[in-house]
Design a protein around this ligand. Structure first.
Ligand code: 6CS
Ligand code: FE
Length: 307
């Protein structure tokens, strides 16, 4: 087990039964000003809840382009980026649908350029008040009647324990490629949970990530602690039209059920990390995860205005 040289402010997976630790960092790192890329109400809502939906960021035409690029990437990468593809368990006729493709920001073309689209990048740079880079990107598909969900978790707990992310200064921006409707499989959040770090029991097994995306075994918050967070802020479902962008703080508790609906759910995630929050050695894992899950060769993004 590698232990970072500095004291770990968020000890987790350290044989304890779990604990609640007050967040040390701010949520919004900038003071709002008139020319901010978000309204004061939006900034307050993100600060309060830990997530925010920006409606209609991408037009119907841009969405078609993004869907086509996602389709191409999923097909082309099956042979070239095998390690970056996660498939669902095979169904009755043996088909194993694509569930996640990681590292899409490293692919050519639109999926790479979208990471630097100013409509997202300038908002993230404002909220984190720093230059940012892509820690991780992925295409998530949850097929109708098939796509499996994710149990309640904090992304930061994994990124801290397994990737060595020192503090809470990262935000996920999710481009909704399909409508997020209120039906089984919808994305759910615990508002206000981002201000509390939930230390998880258990120890990180070797190459944990290979299985984690099918069945999360560690980094699972204890039920009692989840109940306390839920009592504090409740549970909210995200319902928003395709083309919207869902921003969520690295530490907000979120999850999704199995997609037993007949509606495909497809999302394009970009995880932006502040340059000042670049990764250390893992805080609770033997070795770092691969580059496509946790970027260590980093450079700050510059806004790229789409053609
Ligand atoms: O391990 C990770 O980095 C990923 N795991 C989950 C369940 N959500 C965030 C992230 O993509
Ligand atoms: Fe997650």
């Amino acid at each position: 087990m590698i232990f970072s040289a500095v004291r770990d402010p968020y000890p987790t997976r350290d044989k304890s039964e779990g604990a609640l630790i007050k967040r040390a960092e701010p949520v919004v790192y900038s003071r709002w000003v008139e020319d901010a890329p978000l309204t004061q109400a939006q900034v307050s809502q993100f600060d309060r809840d830990g997530y925010l939906v920006l409606i209609d960021v991408f037009s119907a035409h841009e969405l078609d382009e993004l869907r086509a690029a996602s389709e191409r990437a999923s097909k082309n990468c099956a042979n070239t980026h095998a390690g970056q593809l996660i498939r669902e368990a095979a169904n009755s006729d043996g088909a194993a649908q694509l569930r996640t493709l990681f590292g899409v920001h490293g692919l050519d073309g639109l999926l790479k350029d979208t990471a630097s689209n100013p409509r997202m990048l300038e908002v993230i740079q404002f909220l984190l008040n720093d230059q940012v880079y892509i820690h991780q990107s992925r295409l998530n598909f949850k097929s109708p009647h098939y796509g499996s969900g994710f149990e309640w978790h904090s992304d930061f707990e994994t990124w801290h324990a397994e990737d060595g992310m020192p503090g809470m200064r990262a935000i996920s921006a999710t481009v909704l490629l399909t409508d997020e409707i209120s039906a089984p499989g919808s994305l759910k959040f615990m508002p206000r949970s981002h201000r509390t770090f939930v230390a998880c029991p258990g120890e990180t097994p070797d190459s944990c990530y290979r299985e984690a995306f099918k069945k999360q075994r560690v980094g699972k918050p204890p039920a009692l602690l989840l109940d306390l967070l839920q009592e504090h802020g409740g549970v909210q479902e995200v319902v928003a039209p395709a083309g919207s962008v869902l921003l969520f703080d690295c530490n907000v508790m979120h999850g999704a059920g199995n997609n037993t609906s007949d509606h495909l759910r497809a999302n394009l995630f970009y995880v932006y990390n502040a340059i000042s929050n670049a990764l250390n050695a893992p805080y609770a894992a033997d070795k770092p995860r691969p580059e496509f899950l946790a970027a260590r060769h980093i450079q700050p993004l510059a806004a790229h205005v789409p053609a």
